[in-house]
Ligand binder design. Structure first.
Ligand code: HEM
Ligand code: MTE
Length: 466
């Protein structure tokens, strides 16, 4: 066993930059991670936050690190031990201990931060997804917000700032209700992972859900703050959440000003979900709902709104949630070259039967969802039982929504005879929207390193009982 030199915490604390070398501690061990800083999958700026000190509080925040392959990397950089009198760690608080309780039926992709989707078969049981089963996508711990002291800051023209309490937000602006589907950019990422590994949470087909949202229209609030819609050129409405990482930066995102101000844009600062106050996981007390736009821009636990010439400077607007060519890898990716995802493309998936099911011969009922971004309605869902050689047209259920404002999904189903003699079925679905956009037939040509925008024909292979 190698004998390592012994250091004090003070000595470790002198190594806080690439020039002075970057040291960290984990348990009672000391590591010089200078050469790993540029290689860190979470980015150099993040890893440098721990420079000179303990990794534990940061890794408690990003539980992606509690994996053997991460510890393996760390071990490679060991340079010493902490002196015995310094080894007793101060108790580390768990930043997630204040997270709300969750429904046990959810399929958890990551516990800290909490990311989970409902079982796919439950998803299409209801047109409106019960809030407890609605998919949950958090980047950080859920903030605890006191409704009495909550204030929403809205920066008006010339920097004049409005500060709205919750009762003011509810009473000063008419309540508007919208039924809208939210979909995470990473929905169906696991199918991309089967082609080639991508970085991100392993979402199945259920990082999508629909709710009835109630709140104030963003355009009414911006008008009250002094904006009149006359801004010309490129403007953005930026949002900040109350969830902050250890460097103090809040979750943030932005949308084009035109979407925010459009009469028919239906962008809400929502305080209700399915007729009740927003649950904590979904942004209590106030979140943005941007119908037709990727989930990431629907900022939860909203603290601040401002209009800017620039998009949100947030990591999630600038360096994430963008699409790339299959040829781009982590060595060549340049996030400045791609626009931030806003409206999502046409999507559909089969929720029932589940993959690998065994069904009786005779008649088979197939169910699923279909949705498109930008308010484009779904005009048709085609379903095949033979891998895409022949097609049936599914029946659609769910509300008809006005043209250009079809914010919510359509649930569909098809009952068809199982072809006699078949022992296995390759069920496929694909949807068409009002612009006649269609889904690509395979995943390979749309593969991208972050595994976003995964919307190829959905395929489910099942067995027919003999
Ligand atoms: C991701 C290693 C320190 C923040 C990762 C991953 C590895 C890694 C291997 C990818 C994990 C996976 O996807 O399987 C390390 C090592 C560290 C370190 C060896 C210390 C020597 C930190 C610190 C922070 C941090 C101090 C935060 C302040 C993150 C984040 C991600 C990540 C946010 C996720 C990126 C994403 O996929 O969205 N890290 N890390 N890391 N790390 Fe670290
Ligand atoms: N807002 C804040 N403040 N923090 C977050 O982590 N996650 C975003 C968005 N808004 C997030 C956020 C992402 S990536 C998605 S997909 C949606 O919230 C998910 O909303 P939901 O958890 O209500 O389903």
């Amino acid at each position: 066993q190698a004998l390592y030199p012994v250091f004090t915490r003070q000595e470790v604390g002198r190594h806080r930059s690439l020039a002075d070398r970057v040291w960290v501690t984990y348990g009672s061990e000391v590591f010089d991670i200078t050469d790993f800083v540029e290689l860190h999958p979470g980015g150099p700026s993040k890893i440098l936050l721990a420079a000179g000190g303990a990794l534990e509080p940061f890794w408690a925040m990003y539980a992606v690190h509690s994996q053997e392959h991460v510890l393996e990397i760390l071990r490679g950089y060991k340079v010493g031990e902490l002196s015995p009198e310094e080894q007793s760690q101060p108790a580390q608080g768990d930043p997630y201990s204040g997270d709300p309780p969750r429904h046990p039926a959810l399929k958890v992709n990551s516990l800290k931060p909490f990311n989970a989707e409902p079982p796919a078969e439950l998803l299409t049981e209801n047109y409106l997804t019960p809030s407890q089963l609605f998919f949950k996508r958090n980047h950080l711990p859920v903030p605890a917000v006191d409704p009495a002291s909550y204030r929403l800051e809205v920066e008006g023209p010339g920097g004049r700032t409005l500060s709205l309490s919750l009762p003011e937000l509810k009473s000063r602006f008419p309540k508007h209700e919208v039924t809208a589907t939210l979909q995470c950019a990473g929905n169906r990422r696991s199918e991309m992972n089967h082609v080639r590994p991508v970085k991100g949470l392993e979402w199945g087909i259920a990082a999508i859900s629909t709710a009835r949202w109630g709140g104030a229209r963003l355009r009414d609030i911006l008008a009250y703050a002094g904006y009149g819609g006359e801004e010309t050129g490129e403007w953005h409405v930026c949002f900040e959440g109350l969830d902050k990482d250890l460097s103090g930066s809040a979750y943030g995102a932005s949308i084009p000003y035109g979407k925010a101000m459009a009469c028919e844009g239906d962008v809400l600062l929502a305080y209700e979900m399915n007729g009740e106050e927003l649950p904590r996981d979904h942004g209590y007390p106030v979140r943005v709902v941007v119908p037709g736009v990727v989930g990431a821009r629907n900022v939860k636990w909203l603290s601040r709104v401002l209009v800017s010439r620039e998009e949100s400077p947030s990591h999630w607007q600038q360096n994430d949630y963008k699409g790339f060519s299959p040829s781009v890898d982590w060595d060549t990716v340049d996030f400045t070259t791609a626009p931030a995802i806003q409206e999502l493309p046409i999507q559909s998936a089969i929720t029932d039967p589940p993959p690998s099911a065994t069904v009786p011969p005779g008649e088979l009922t197939i169910k699923g969802y279909a949705w498109s971004g930008g308010g484009r309605g779904v005009i048709r869902v085609d379903v095949s039982l033979d891998g895409g050689r022949t097609w049936h047209v599914a029946e659609m259920a769910g509300e008809e929504q006005p043209p250009g404002r079809a914010w919510a999904w359509r649930l569909w189903q098809l009952t068809a005879p199982v072809p006699t003699g078949s022992t296995e079925l390759d069920i496929v679905c694909k949807a068409v929207d009002t612009s006649y956009n269609v889904q690509p037939d395979t995943v390979e040509p749309i593969w991208n390193l972050r595994g976003v925008l995964s919307n190829a024909w959905h395929r489910v292979h099942i067995t027919v009982a003999q």
